[in-house]
Design a protein around this ligand. Structure first.
Ligand SMILES: *Cc1c(COP(=O)(O)O)cnc(C)c1O
Length: 369
């Protein structure tokens, strides 16, 4: 490791930053690696953003994203005070770690300083814990990526029912597995600290867990406009839940954390939900098609309730498949973590992109014969 620069905090020096999926500059590459939506935002959203590019750019945006919160409150049947907007849900997650978790130094007990999550799940969670100097408690999901029951968590002795903050990706990423609201509710009921149900992919699932956030004072639901609403570029995400928890997060956020064009884009999105619901249907249909095609040629495809699939490829290690597909101009994602390194995570693109992926996979297999 490089010599430590004394100007930098040791914690930061030693930190492993989050590794985002590649945003390649190669022309003609089919990009199925970061779970972006293959369909552009609605024409009305694009028009609203364009129309807002005028003299207003010199002004600060609304500091509390007031209009957007009002629209979301109406959509979810709650008050604006139950909602906080973040510069992407990533920012909101970072705020939650800062608001609810003590750094290890200065904590009275381990639980107070603990960020807890299942593995595999969103690889940002450990980075957020490390950045804050918090303790991490990573507890494995079951072999089929199902949630351990409360009894199993107790028996396993690793789970901390008092952890200051527990983050649950539901549906799970990177496995794509969905969880029933009833099973999530049982886990939440048994938990003392704050739980965030990270529903980044929930629009592609059968169920959402919003009602749990309204039922319990210690449960928040995280949502984002990035994946389902084709707005990764604009960085808008939010939490829904208990007013006091939301107010605590609100205290520590930057004054103008959500940029003005992002607010406008998200508001216009909520005015055109029909457009997006049609896209969800298309993506879910393509997901089914791709799973069947890949299964035919020897992939083991896990059931998915998201806009991606996790699939174990035949013949070669998954890491080699990543390279071979890239040579065929298709980019997918591979994670080195031992619980998923035999799989590829493939974002559901348009039908043409999915067909190109299936075609590339067939070609790779035929060349190997
Ligand atoms: C993409 C993703 C997010 C972050 O979304 P942004 O709103 O773009 O920050 C959060 N959680 C999970 C599980 C994700 O996959």
């Amino acid at each position: 490791m490089a010599k430590k620069n004394p100007l930098i905090r040791p914690l930061v020096h030693d930190l492993h930053a989050y590794v985002p999926g590649e945003q390649p500059k190669i022309k003609g590459l089919i990009k199925l690696n970061t779970n972006e939506n293959p369909y552009p935002p609605s024409p009305k959203v694009q028009a609203a953003v364009k129309a807002a590019v005028d003299d207003r750019l010199r002004l600060y945006p609304n500091p509390t994203a007031e209009k957007l919160r009002a629209k979301l409150a109406k959509l979810h049947g709650c008050k604006p005070e139950n909602i906080i907007i973040g510069n992407g849900s990533d920012e909101a997650l970072a705020l939650a770690v800062r608001a609810f978790v003590e750094p290890k130094q200065g904590a009275k007990n381990k639980a107070q300083a603990t960020v807890q999550y299942f593995t595999p799940s969103y690889s940002l969670y450990p980075v957020l814990a490390d950045t804050h100097g918090a303790a991490k408690n990573a507890v494995p999901l079951k072999a089929d990526f199902g949630l351990p029951s409360v009894a199993e968590l107790k028996r396993g002795k690793k789970w901390n029912f008092n952890a200051a903050l527990t983050l649950v990706t539901t549906p799970n990423a990177p496995s794509g597995r969905g969880y029933k609201t009833s099973e999530l509710e049982k886990r939440c009921r048994a938990q003392k600290g704050v739980i965030i149900l990270d529903e980044a992919y929930v629009d592609f699932a059968n169920e959402n867990a919003l009602k749990i956030a309204f039922k319990f004072p210690h449960v928040l639901v995280a949502r984002t406009f990035s994946k389902a609403y084709s707005l990764c570029f604009q960085r808008v995400g939010y939490f829904v839940g208990n007013e006091e928890l939301i107010a605590a997060l609100d205290k520590i956020r930057d004054s103008y954390n959500v940029n003005g064009l992002g607010q406008i884009a998200a508001e216009a999105t909520l005015d055109d939900l029909k457009f997006y619901r049609a896209n969800f249907k298309k993506i879910i249909a393509t997901r089914g098609w791709l799973a069947r095609e890949l299964t035919k040629i020897g992939f083991r495809v896990l059931p998915s309730q998201t806009n991606f699939i996790l699939a174990k490829p035949p013949l070669f290690p998954a890491k080699d498949w990543l390279q071979k597909l890239r040579e065929q101009k298709v980019l997918v994602r591979w994670f080195s973590a031992p619980d998923v390194n035999e799989y590829l995570r493939i974002t559901i693109g348009t039908p043409a992109e999915a067909a190109a992926l299936a075609g590339a996979a067939r070609k790779i297999l035929s060349l190997a014969d």
